[in-house]
Write a protein that binds this ligand. Structure first.
Ligand code: HEM
Ligand SMILES: *[C@@H]1O[C@H](CO)[C@@H](O)[C@H](O)[C@H]1NC(C)=O
Ligand SMILES: *[C@@H]1O[C@H](CO)[C@@H](O)[C@H](O)[C@H]1NC(C)=O
Ligand SMILES: *[C@@H]1O[C@H](CO)[C@@H](O)[C@H](O)[C@H]1NC(C)=O
Length: 320
């Protein structure tokens, strides 16, 4: 019996090693090395969201901005130093991405439970899933085994993360460059069912675009976002005007009633090839949830560092 157990353990270890040298991620990656990982992460995420519901949105977005820049490798978490330029001041990130203190809290809880084992890149993947679940969205099995980068790229962050001024074809091509389809793109955009955006990112849409419901633009948005550039640039409005802290399909219902907040949001329902998919999600949260979860898993697969590449950072903000 003992030898059987040992054989089994050796076999499991062998598959684990094989998996990591193959560059494959797996859902049970830490089941021996950090058995309490999932509850450890979820507890910290849950208490952060209990304090501020928006934090769930911020953590979900961090994973997106990590994965789109050189793959899901924790690069977005690295702080700038006098001799190192990270991604935090890139245009889509500066004064915008948040949640780094919560990631620090998760990392220190995880280091306490299993020192030196779990990457920051994997912590982002788990925290994104937990955030969606806690805000009443769908769940999925998170693939793990990513390692952390020793580099970051300000330039790739500026080039690869789509800006809110994007057209439908701009969006499609930025996702295609990451191996994601237009269908994945629409499903993933449903993440904008939670969280907030700054005036500077929706000003043009509410003053200059015509594909926005007039009273929504005027009474809800122009009152928080002054016309003049430089005034109220950081004022916030919810991406989903209806249920900003619940992960549901109202984002898509809003698009159909021309209540998208960003120019890029409304591009998904503007008489083009993605209209039918938006319609389908607006009438079926089941369809949205199924496609969202599979697209999240695909996004999480973007060029991970595995094997002997990268490292397991001790502190998510700096290279060891
Ligand atoms: C389709 C292309 C996308 C564009 C152009 C885009 C753009 C933006 C912009 C401009 C903001 C507001 C930032 C600010 O004003 O500071 C934002 C917020 C957000 N984005 Fe996206 N995004 C896209 C896709 C995604 C994806 C794929 C996800 C996650 C799967 C995501 C999750 C979020 C969340 C949750 C927020 C709110 C964050 C918070 O409240 O802290 N976005 N996005
Ligand atoms: C980032 O934002 C700060 C203001 O908080 C600003 O001083 C700085 O110039 C910005 N950096 C970049 C690269 O845009
Ligand atoms: C969208 O694509 C067009 C055509 O390739 C390009 O000129 C434009 O700069 C792009 N816009 C954005 C916001 O990426
Ligand atoms: C609206 O568009 C005009 C003409 O392109 C431009 O001059 C103006 O700055 C824009 N205003 C806003 C608030 O985006």
């Amino acid at each position: 019996m003992a030898s059987l157990t040992r054989t089994f353990a050796t076999l499991a270890l062998c598959c684990l090693l094989l998996g990591s040298t193959n560059g494959q991620l797996s859902t049970n990656y830490y089941s021996y090395s950090c058995p309490n990982l999932f509850t450890t992460v979820k507890d910290v995420v849950a208490s952060a969201i209990a304090k501020e519901a928006r934090m769930g949105a911020s953590l979900l977005r961090l994973f997106f901005h990590d994965c789109f820049v050189n793959g899901c490798d924790g690069s977005i978490l690295l702080d700038d130093t006098p001799t190192f330029t990270g991604e935090k001041t890139a245009k889509p990130n500066n004064n915008s991405v948040r949640g780094f203190e919560v990631v620090d809290q998760i990392k220190s809880a995880v280091e306490k439970a299993c020192p030196g084992v779990v990457s920051c890149a994997d912590i982002l993947a788990i925290a994104a899933r937990d955030s969606v679940v806690i805000l009443k969205g769908p769940t999925w099995d998170v693939k793990l085994g990513r390692r952390d980068s020793k580099t970051a790229s300000l330039q790739n962050a500026n080039n690869d993360i789509p800006p809110p001024t994007s057209s439908l074809s701009n969006l499609t091509s930025k996702y295609a460059a990451k191996g994601l389809s237009a269908k994945d793109m629409v499903a993933l955009s449903g993440a904008h069912t939670i969280g907030q955006a700054r005036c500077t990112n929706f000003r043009d849409h509410i003053y200059n675009d015509t594909n926005i419901e007039a009273s929504f633009a005027r009474s809800s948005l122009q009152s928080v976002c002054p016309k003049l550039t430089g005034s109220g640039d950081n004022n916030l409005a919810p991406l989903d005007t209806h249920t900003p802290t619940t992960f549901d399909n109202y984002y898509f219902k809003n698009l159909i009633s021309k209540r998208g907040l960003l120019h890029s949001d409304q591009e998904l329902f503007n008489g083009g090839s993605t209209d039918s998919q938006v319609k389908s999600y607006s009438s079926s949260s089941t369809a949205f949830f199924a496609d969202f979860t599979s697209a999240m898993i695909k996004m999480g697969d973007i060029s991970p560092l595995t094997g002997s590449n990268g490292e397991i950072r001790k502190n998510c903000r700096k290279i060891n």
